[in-house]
Design a protein around this ligand. Structure first.
Ligand SMILES: NC(=O)c1ccc[n+]([C@@H]2O[C@H](COP(=O)([O-])OP(=O)(O)OC[C@H]3O[C@@H](n4cnc5c(N)ncnc54)[C@H](OP(=O)(O)O)[C@@H]3O)[C@@H](O)[C@H]2O)c1
Length: 289
């Protein structure tokens, strides 16, 4: 049986679906019991608890062969790095207490660095803390989500593509579907040794111009890239209601991407998914009238 966190989200839902489709036993971890109903109807067990609740987590992990874990975003955090380190420590204690044999943790490109990556520092900390447990560890260092472009589809429909990404070089991007599929596969095949790292990107890397070109073809008219400097990140993100602390960490992320720090280091298994930008953007509704 496999425990899956984040089942109402992008990647966890794919992991749970993929395992259920293969006839595997699944226990979904939800904070709100009603979010487990649809999974129960599909034959999954439901465990209720937060990643910040050690007792509930350890109970959810009991008897499991593996668990899919992630550190969910929290746009309102006042000290995101400290809060996510506390969550990672809680998860680690629950992993040890329950003697969970293996987990797959959703980390990030750039997760090898302790600094210079902004919000990704939380993934680095989690790798360190979870990697020190007795469980076998699979870290999926995922590229920039193609789904991130969903936030600017409204502007793209008006022929502009706002972005804080540098115009060049192309950077790795990946569909959350491919993350979920790799995570499901990895749960069924734990590493022979103590740990393994996957560096996961999509079928090709993209510049923001490439994404603009895909959107132009979906909307049937030109879409112009509107690149803003990293200095504009904090005012823009706080204007969307994101806390100043988290906004500053996003500025650090975009600065790290521009400096080439948020990159794969080649020490993990390099994997490319099969879902391209067009499939993701079409799925997000780009081009629909
Ligand atoms: N965006 C990127 O480019 C990028 C790149 C690399 C890695 N990542 C990583 O990917 C993560 C997001 O993954 P995702 O897109 O699959 O998630 P998501 O769609 O944002 O969903 C988050 C999930 O976590 C659950 N959740 C939130 N707080 C929780 C808590 N305290 N305890 C238990 N469950 C909780 C949510 O459930 P509820 O229904 O209860 O809210 C939801 O199911 C990021 O946090 C980051 O670490 C992102």
């Amino acid at each position: 049986m496999y425990v899956i966190a984040g089942v109402s989200g992008n990647t966890g839902s794919v992991v749970a679906h993929a395992l259920l489709e293969q006839g595997q036993k699944v226990r979904v971890l939800v904070r709100d019991v009603s979010k487990g109903d649809a999974w129960k109807a599909r034959g999954a067990e439901v465990a209720v608890g937060s990643i910040d609740d050690e007792v509930a987590l350890a109970k959810a992990f009991e008897g499991a062969l593996g668990a899919y874990l992630l550190l969910p975003p929290d746009p309102g955090a006042s000290d995101f790095i400290a809060q996510r380190l506390a969550s990672a420590n809680t998860m680690a204690r629950a992993v040890s207490a329950s003697r969970l044999p293996h987990f797959v943790f959703l980390s990030s490109i750039g997760g090898q660095h302790s600094a210079g990556t902004g919000i990704i520092e939380s993934s680095h900390n989690a790798e360190r803390v979870l990697g020190a447990t007795s469980a076998k560890a699979t870290f999926v260092r995922a590229a920039y989500f193609l789904e991130n472009w969903g936030m600017v589809l409204g502007a793209a429909a008006q022929a502009k593509l706002p972005t804080f990404l540098p115009p060049d070089p192309p950077i790795p991007m990946v569909a959350t579907k491919d993350i979920g599929l790799l995570a499901a596969k990895s749960l069924l095949a734990p590493p022979a040794g103590n740990s393994q790292i996957f560096e996961l990107s999509g079928p090709r890397d993209y510049t923001s111009r490439d994404i603009g070109a895909v959107l132009a073809s979906l909307y049937g008219r030109p879409v112009e890239v509107d690149a803003a400097p990293v200095e504009a990140v904090v005012p823009a993100f706080t204007s969307f209601g994101i806390s100043p602390n988290v906004a500053a960490l996003y500025r650090g992320l975009y600065a790290g991407i521009a400096k080439g720090v948020v990159a794969f280091d080649g020490r993990g298994h390099q994997v490319r998914g099969t879902t391209d930008a067009e499939a993701v953007l079409r799925g997000l509704g780009a081009g629909k009238r």
